[in-house]
Design a binder for this molecule. Structure first.
Ligand SMILES: Nc1ncnc2c1ncn2[C@@H]1O[C@H](COP(=O)(O)OP(=O)(O)OP(=O)(O)O)[C@@H](O)[C@H]1O
Length: 309
């Protein structure tokens, strides 16, 4: 890897350091104050629904766009410089492949374009699990094989950080499995991996750490087990006209809140004491306490309501 040749060898440098990052497109705030440090070697899922801000964040990490405010660093460098140094590369969703070349020709051509030695070609093909189809025309490859080809191309600079933006969209189950096996085998060698996904089970199965993003903000961040534990808590719903966010978050034990019309949702582990407080200290009524499974919790954490501002 190239890291030893760069200033990024300074001890303790984060693979990714986002500090108060905001990105606006006119009136739309796509990323609304994200701070995130990722250590070298972590495999991190950015999980969230459509429009959560995942791609916008990825684009800033790749130096394709600049934050409106805040700071983005990759291995201690500005993203653009990190890409130029070969510290970071990406597997994007679509595009970039020529159907009339074989898999091997495609990787070879890319290696020549990037000034990489021929030895890198075979290794990238092997690591992407494409040895058996190296002579196949790209146009004849399945969606999963084409995506692994993009992965092979991204491996050529031997990057410290690999970024994948919804890499398995549209693939069947077998294709997804093969793709992730190749990524996981590669990540075991210590590469840092960040992937954006809609698929909860992918984040659960392949990430060391899951960062839930919703409306441009991080709403949960932890190991898969921690996020599951968080998501596995309970919720008190109540009717409480005029309740404010500040009133709700001030209640002891409340971890997350939501207000929709006259209804409020309070999420926490000790829902009994939250319910007791609501009934004795506030005007809340019609209480319901529910447990949620992981899928429900994910939807609640990431869903965009119609009333969203
Ligand atoms: N170039 C742009 N101009 C205007 N608005 C944009 C632009 N790019 C993104 N947005 C808006 O920013 C918000 C975040 O979009 P983004 O693509 O980052 O979300 P995402 O989490 O990657 O979603 P998806 O899962 O659909 O790819 C959305 O409301 C989107 O419409």
């Amino acid at each position: 890897m190239t890291l030893t040749d760069t200033a990024a060898t300074a001890t303790g440098v984060a693979a990714v350091d986002l500090d108060g990052v905001v990105k606006r497109f006119g009136a739309v705030t796509a990323v609304d104050g994200i701070s995130l440090r990722i250590r070298p070697g972590e495999v991190v899922a950015l999980l969230g629904p459509n429009g959560a801000g995942k791609t916008t964040t990825v684009d800033m990490l790749l130096g394709l766009s600049q934050p409106s405010s805040g700071r983005v660093q990759v291995y201690g460098q500005r993203p653009h410089d990190a890409v130029a140094l070969g510290l970071v590369s990406a597997v994007m969703q679509t595009g970039g492949l020529l159907k009339d070349y074989t898999v091997e020709e495609t990787v070879r051509l890319t290696a020549v374009l990037f000034g990489k030695p021929a030895t890198a070609v075979g290794e990238a093909i092997e690591r992407a699990g494409l040895t058996d189809v190296a002579k196949r025309l790209v146009g004849k490859c399945s969606g999963g094989q084409q995506q692994r080809l993009r992965f092979a191309m991204a491996l050529l600079p031997d990057p410290e950080l690999l970024i994948l933006d919804e890499p398995t969209t549209g693939m069947d189950v077998a294709g997804r499995h093969e793709f992730w096996s190749a990524i996981r085998d590669d990540a075991r060698r210590g590469r840092t991996v960040i992937f954006a996904t809609h698929y909860l089970e992918e984040a659960d199965a392949y990430a060391d750490r899951v960062v839930f993003v919703r409306r441009g903000r991080i709403v949960a961040d932890g190991t898969s087990a921690e996020v599951k534990a968080l998501a596995a808590g309970r919720t008190v719903r109540a009717t409480w006209p005029g309740a404010t966010e500040a009133e709700l978050t001030a209640i002891a034990g409340v971890e997350r809140t939501e207000i929709r019309g006259d209804s409020v949702w309070l999420h926490g582990n000790d829902t009994d004491s939250i319910a007791r407080y609501l009934l004795t200290e506030t005007g809340a009524r019609d209480l319901e306490i529910t447990s949620r499974n992981l899928e429900d919790a994910f939807l609640a954490l990431t869903a965009d309501e119609e009333t969203a501002s």
